[in-house]
Design a protein around this ligand. Sequence first.
Ligand code: EPZ
Length: 430
Amino acid sequence: MASLIVTGGRPLSGTIRVSGAKNAALPILAATLLSKEPVALYDCPHLRDVANMLSILNALGVHWAWEEAVLRLDASSANAYVMPQGLSKELRSSIFMLGPLLARFGHAVCTFPGGCEIGHRPIDLHLKGLTMLGVEIREEHGLILCDGCAMRGAEIHLDYPSVGATENIMMAAVQAKGETVIQNAAREPEIEDLQSFLRKLGYGVSGAGSSTIRIVGGRVPSVMEEECVSHRIIPDRIVAGTMLCAAAMAGGEVTLQNAVPAHVASVMAKLREAGCAIQTEGDRIHITAHARPREIKLIETLPYPGFPTDMQAQMFALCTIADGTSMIVENVFENRFKHGAELLRMGASFTQKDRTIVIRGVERLMGTRVAARDLRGGAALTLAGLAADGETVVENAELIDRGYDRLDRMLASLGAQIRREEEKEERNTQ
Ligand code: EPZ
């Protein structure tokens, strides 16, 4: 396992380009199964989750290759609809492969994805939505077997605006005869990016970004003029928010390029409440933080455009050094405070009751050895190391690699004292 070694106390300065969004790239990679033409994806991030998704596509017969900054895929010879078990357990969000597999082959088989570090991650909304499209679903021996040969459009009201369920239903519905309407759909920017890609493939999808999405299904996509479908992945709003939070905690002045300010509005509002000065211009966001962060009265995680749950851990770390008392309520996932125990070891002070945390800010955290328990928690601990006295070792850096393309290099490019150490192989002592 690798670790990130951070020495705190150094302010950040400089400019950094925001990479393409992991949570837009993953469903769009799944949707390449729906393309008759070769696909060229620009700004697809180099992440472990993306590598896992590409391995899954490879197992299904999709050919792909990185050509410098472009990821080229060709699904014309895809020939399997049974998801590889190990890989789809490793990448639990691959459950949204059911939709494109059903649309392409009329059948799909995948494993029941386990829970993960942040919650038991049910998929009832996915399965209920697909069933309403006429998909027959059997669950046996940990497998989900789907027959979607007679899919028909339906009006589907989601009990909760689930991102993955919205994406799954969108991708299946492009081959369900008639119109499908998804009510109470997730409104995340990544859903809009998926819609934009599906429309480039010639499918009739509209309304993404609002709570009502319409899909006209069952038709062969309109004939494409160009022989290749090109798409640029939207910037990653969570990477952008993480870097803004890093600047707020370490202090200094940082400019983000290739950002979408509107996608991080809720995060910027909370950082301004903490005393940061933030200006935006086009795709640039400039943050200045020269004083200790002030308390943030309340952060409540909610579906977009509410405050993103994927930024909760990072803001938790910021509140541990804020001047005053802050409160965080995690409404989206039931077990997403694992980083708290590690922050306590660094000298943080807070009380937890169920999904609510009350944090009393301390002047300085103390560097020590901590362990990442999940992707965003690992990022939060790395940011805490920037603001701690001495050296912090963040173990299990592979978890951070799932959502950041070398977070250590990103922070080092802004002046942080941070390096990555691969754990030496245990030498055989006999
Ligand atoms: C997506 O996960 C993201 N992952 C998550 O990002 C993100 O935290 C989450 O949306 C919320 O924004 C990807 O896009 C790959 P949900 P997803 O379905 O689709 C419950 C990261 O760090 N639910 O919107 O799994 C569920 O238990 C990751 O980048 C059901 O009850 O999220 C949770 O409480 C972490 N039944 C809530 O809805 C279902 O069938 C939100 O889940 C589905 C979900």
